[in-house]
Design a binder for this molecule. Structure first.
Ligand code: ADP
Length: 214
């Protein structure tokens, strides 16, 4: 099964992608995580994307498409995969179509997580993550056992640079102008399914599975 997850920043795509990945036994491919990993390792790509990412802008389509192409050439994607945060522009969606066609594959569903803007801002501003293992928390909705420290490895939690309020606004703008039009793109092809992104992660997972007929 090949799934694409759409939705504004803070819609819970990453959380659902992780749950679905376990549930369906297929890899979770997050372009945001891949870019953060490049930044952390200080690679050439990491250096190129650092400033734009921190400010909440989108990385160029060329860099993003090339990274996804490489990722989809690995053998673990054979049974299917979940794309979280890609495509984010119509150019990327068209590129993905061509790439999948060349591999003799096609997407099964584009799942769009629907969440009101106020809630998204609340979620993002309270989000904290572990710089060591990547675990994600929320100061009130999903707090760690000891405030400010990771349950798994006790590292001090941090706020992503792009989760700071001034950068969140930019991300919401980017979403509205560049990514939201993708809903129409997938709807026109009969591949879009909208899922209410409000509730507990397990509740939203159940709603997602229902939409997928599983
Ligand atoms: P969000 O919490 O907004 O869903 P992600 O973790 O998916 O964030 O992405 C973080 C940042 O990585 C984006 O704001 C953008 O700078 C960059 N990025 C991730 N995926 C893409 C993409 N498909 N195209 C361009 N930039 C991307």
């Amino acid at each position: 099964m090949i799934l694409i997850l759409l939705g504004p920043p803070g819609a819970g795509k990453g959380t659902q992608a992780k749950l679905l990945s376990t549930e369906l036994g297929i890899p979770h491919i997050s372009t945001g995580d891949m870019f953060r990993d490049h930044k952390a390792r200080g690679t050439e790509i990491g250096k190129q994307v650092q400033a734009i990412m921190d400010a909440g802008g989108l990385v160029t389509d060329d860099i993003t498409n090339a990274m996804v192409k490489e990722r989809l050439s690995r053998p673990d994607v054979a049974p299917g995969f979940i794309l979280d945060g890609y495509p984010r522009t119509v150019v990327q969606a068209e590129y993905l179509d061509g790439l999948l066609r060349s591999l003799g594959r096609s997407i099964d569903r584009a799942l769009s997580y629907e969440v009101a803007e106020e809630l998204v801002v609340e979620r993002i501003s309270g989000r904290r993550s572990c710089p060591r293992c990547g675990a994600v928390y929320h100061v009130s909705a999903n707090p760690p056992k000891r405030a400010g420290y990771c349950d798994r490895d006790d590292a001090e939690l941090v706020q992503r640079e792009d989760d700071k309020p001034e950068n969140v606004r930019k991300r919401m703008q980017e979403y509205g102008t560049k990514t939201e039009p993708l809903k129409r793109y997938y709807r026109d092809r009969g591949e879009l399914a909208e899922v209410e992104g409000v509730g507990t992660p397990e509740g939203i997972l159940a709603a997602t599975k229902k939409v997928l007929g599983r």
